[in-house]
Design a protein around this ligand. Structure first.
Ligand SMILES: [Mg+2]
Length: 167
């Protein structure tokens, strides 16, 4: 049972105390994709998430995406964020976590795993002997209201673009 307990539990990646992790000598993150940095089955990255990646890079942290999904799904996000990735990771198999760690050139005690699922991200990270951080799934953080307003936003943007195209 202990194997599914994360070292820390936060609302989102934005709530991770980065300075604290630096003090713990964490130097890189293995990140889950779905519901951790993007909405489930979506390639859209929010501005806030993009900013977060800029911030961790500027602080000297490395990052790698680790996902059980196929390559097609991950490659765009990884390219946009300019970070390496491992697809079809077969999480919670610890081997893929160690591969991601090696890809960043880090040691176990320097690597933290960030994900929203206990039985894949956290279990796998713990099995590999890494520091584990659980986040609340993105879709559960999304209020119905924001979803509606996003839809409206898209509609409005679409209209504006069409009008501009006519000019
Ligand atoms: Mg996930």
């Amino acid at each position: 049972m202990k194997m599914i307990y994360p070292n820390i539990y936060v609302d989102s990646i934005h709530d991770i105390a980065l300075e604290e992790l630096k003090k713990r000598r964490i130097k890189g993150f293995i990140l889950d994709l779905d519901n951790t940095i993007t909405l489930w089955n979506s390639n859209d990255i929010s501005i806030q998430v993009e900013e977060w990646f800029k911030k961790i890079k500027s602080m000297g942290f490395k990052a790698c995406i680790l996902s059980n999904n196929g390559e097609k799904r991950i490659v765009k996000v990884a390219q946009q964020l300019d970070i390496p990735y491992i697809h079809r990771a077969a999480k919670p198999n610890p081997r893929s976590f160690l591969r991601a760690m090696h890809l960043m050139g880090l040691q176990k005690e320097e690597t933290a795993v960030i994900g929203d699922q206990l039985f894949t991200d956290i279990l796998g990270g713990n099995r590999a002997g890494l520091f584990t951080i659980l986040v609340v799934p993105l879709d559960r953080r999304e209020f119905f209201g924001t979803k509606i307003s996003r839809m409206m936003e898209k509609l409005v943007m679409h209209k504006i673009r069409r009008q501009q195209a006519k000019k």
